[in-house]
Design a protein around this ligand. Sequence first.
Ligand code: NAP
Length: 286
Amino acid sequence: MLNPILVQGIEPGGQLTTTTEVENWPGDSEVQGPDLMIRMQDHAKAMGCEIIGDIITNLDTSKRPFTATGDSGTIYTADAVILATGARAKWLGLPSEEAFKGFGVSACATCDGFFYRGQEIVVIGGGNTAVEEALFLTNFASKVTLIHRRDELRAEKILQDRLMKNPKIEPLWFHQLEEVVGEDNPKGVEAVRVKHVETGEITEIPCKGVFVAIGHAPANELVKDVLELHNGGYVKVEAGSTRTSIPGIFAAGDLTDHVYRQAVTSAGMGCMAALDAEKFLAEHDA
Ligand code: NAP
C-alpha cells in the first residue's frame, strides 16, 4: 500500500530475458529466464505495482522527495528509491571487436545465435555465461570453439560436464582474442586471431560469429557520482542491509552484489530493499 512504481528501463526483465534455462530458482527444477520474468511482472502488477515503460536519465538524490527524470520527459517523485539496475556484459575493448559489433560480434547468444545456423562460432570466456552460451549455440552452429585464457573453467561443474560431453564444442585453453578478422563488403566476420598466453604464438580460427562472455559490470551510471561504490563500481550497501550511502536510497541485485549474482539472491535482496524502504518511510513519516 505504498503506491510503488517500477520504471523498467531499456531492457525490461533484464539479464534473465537473455538467458535460457535457470536451474537454481527455488521451486522450479528448470524454468526459462524470460518466462520467469513475465511471471514476476504479472505478480508485481497483481500486488498493486504500477509498471512504467520509460528510461531514467537522471536521478536527483540531493533532497527529498527524490526526483527521477525519464527519457519521455516525465519527472517522477519518490520518498524512497530502490535501485535495481543490474549489470551488463563486458567487452574486451579491441578496435576490431568494436568494428564488427552487430556484424558477427555479439554478447548475447539467445539474441543472436539464430543467425549462425550451420556456421562455425567462437565463444570467449570461462564462466557460467560463456559455458551456457557455448551450449546454447550448439543448437545452431556446426562447431563452437570455447576460447579461455586458462585451462580451468570458473563455470559450475554441472555445466562443465555438459560442455565436455558435447561433440560440437572444442575448448581452446590458454588463449586470448587478439583480433577479429572480417570483410567490409558485405560486412561480416571471417576468423579470429588468438594468442597463446605463454608462448605468444598466434593462431587463426575461421568463424562467422564471435560471442564475448567475459563477465558483467554493474549498471551504475545514474548514481556513480553520488553514491559510495566499491569493488570496481558496485554500489556499496551497509552490511546485512540494502541501505546505500544516501538515506532513502536502497540498492539490490547485481548493481550491488559482486559475489553471488544469481536470480535467487537478487530476488532476496529485492525483498530486503522493500522491507528497508518500508521501515525508512515509516520512520520518516512519508
Ligand atoms: P564471470 O563468472 O565473472 O566469468 C568471466 C569469465 O571471463 C572468466 O572465466 C574470466 O576468466 C573470463 N575473462 C574475464 N575477463 C577476460 C578478459 N579480459 N579476457 C579473457 N577472458 C576474460 O562472469 P559470468 O560468466 O558472466 O557470470 C557472472 C555471474 O553470473 C556469476 O556469478 C555467475 O555464477 C552468474 N551466472 C549464473 C548463471 C546460472 O546460475 N545459471 C548463469 C550465468 C551467469 P578467468 O576465469 O581466468 O578469470
